[in-house]
Design a binder for this molecule. Structure first.
Ligand SMILES: [Ca+2]
Length: 389
């Protein structure tokens, strides 16, 4: 297979079987993991699976090397880079950690006023021009703040908080919570429906949306809805956002019972929830109001095989960290049907995937949040090397 896109160098020191499935992208058996996952995954970040979504041959995979960069993390949620230094959020402790080259972590600070509970707590991180942005659950809803980062690597500290956006509806489930700086240097945030599905269709609610604000918290004047930070609506619980080199925003989203989604986000678009889950069935689209109707996902998966959270895009390929599905999905965006999968069942639930400054792909495991089966050394950061294929 000749390709110019960047592909993944990967090795599976632990399980040849996982390597085989990574290479072939063989379909998983429906319900195969429900015995040990169904009981503890609940209805939200993993729910009852349906039929097999299938997966075919995807990106070239050249087994070579995988590295554990850090262990001992507790319910980690997000990785963001401040220069060459990785910052990691822990959901329940509300700690922001910095990762040293030797794999040790150091507490940079604890985000104040965080009220962890269910899926809430300290969630997404983003860094832009010396500032750390956080999304966290507080008594007054989910809140986006920024703080100045000061000091050198190994001695970083946080300045006082500035609240950028407050009172985003929160609940024990469906908090969204992912942050990212876009190619337009704006701050994007995903929000869940917080248990009120209809709020996703209410343009006056911040729930069930993808939002966009300036780094100072102001609402950009060029958004699709005047005076509003809303970019897109009709989302249930999106937790992953990333951009292609062409600037296309891509988002992952948890479905309810039937279909998780991977969506291409265009400003102003409706993504269907709660009327439609996954790709619209015949007839569902006609029932919708609006000129263009809701937008279908480019790909859908049964929650048992996915439950997607953070995503990273490298060379036109989206890498999707899956919680209940316990795998990294590999989706060539120009041919989503050729998707494949990596790390299947090897490291448990996966929460985030990010591109590091050196171009490698980092993946954050998530086995210690009460739903996984944690190893004795807690959660970890994995490094997967990328190479030109
Ligand atoms: Ca949808």
């Amino acid at each position: 297979m000749t390709t110019t896109r960047r592909t993944l160098l990967y090795a599976a020191p632990l399980a040849a079987g996982a390597l085989l499935s990574a290479c072939t992208g063989s379909p998983t058996e429906p319900g195969a993991d429900t015995a040990d996952q169904g009981a503890d995954s609940g209805p939200d970040e993993g729910s009852d699976g349906g039929a097999d979504g299938g997966s075919g041959d995807g990106a070239d995979v050249d087994p070579s090397g995988i590295e554990t960069l850090a262990t001992g993390l507790q319910a980690p949620w997000s990785i963001a880079f401040h220069g060459g230094t990785a910052l990691i959020s822990e959901r329940d402790s509300a700690r922001v950690l910095e990762l040293a080259a030797d794999g040790t972590t150091r507490e940079v600070g604890v985000i104040e006023d965080v009220t962890p509970g269910g899926e809430g707590g300290l969630m997404g991180l983003a860094v832009h021009e010396g500032h750390l942005f956080t999304c966290a659950t507080t008594a007054g809803g989910n809140r986006i703040e920024r703080r100045e980062l000061s000091g050198e690597a190994g001695a970083l500290s946080l300045g006082p908080p500035q609240v950028l956006l407050d009172a985003i509806p929160s609940a024990s489930n469906h908090n969204g919570g992912r942050l990212a700086i876009g190619p337009d240097e704006m701050l994007y945030a995903t929000t869940g429906d917080a248990g009120d599905p209809q709020s996703a269709q209410d343009l006056d609610s911040l729930a069930g949306k993808i939002l966009r604000i300036a780094p100072d918290g102001s609402v950009p004047t060029d958004g699709p809805f005047s005076g509003s930070p809303v970019v897109s609506y009709g989302h249930r619980n999106p937790q992953g956002i990333a951009w292609t080199e062409d600037g296309q925003l891509v988002a992952s989203e948890f479905g309810q019972n039937t279909w998780d989604e991977l969506n291409l986000i265009d400003p102003g678009a409706d993504f269907g929830w709660p009327d439609i889950e996954g790709i619209a069935e015949q007839g569902e689209q006609e029932e919708q109001d609006g000129q263009d109707g809701p937008v279908d996902p480019i790909l859908q998966w049964p929650p048992a095989d996915a439950s997607p959270s953070g995503i990273a895009i490298v060379g036109g390929i989206a890498y999707v960290a899956c919680l209940r599905g316990e795998r990294l999905r590999v989706v060539p965006l120009d041919a989503p049907e050729t998707q494949s999968e990596l790390l299947v069942g090897e490291f448990g639930r996966l929460r985030d995937a990010v591109v590091a400054p050196d171009g490698s792909l980092w993946v954050l495991t998530n086995t210690t949040d009460g739903r996984g089966d944690p190893p004795p050394d807690g959660d970890r950061v994995l490094r997967l090397e990328m190479a030109d294929g």
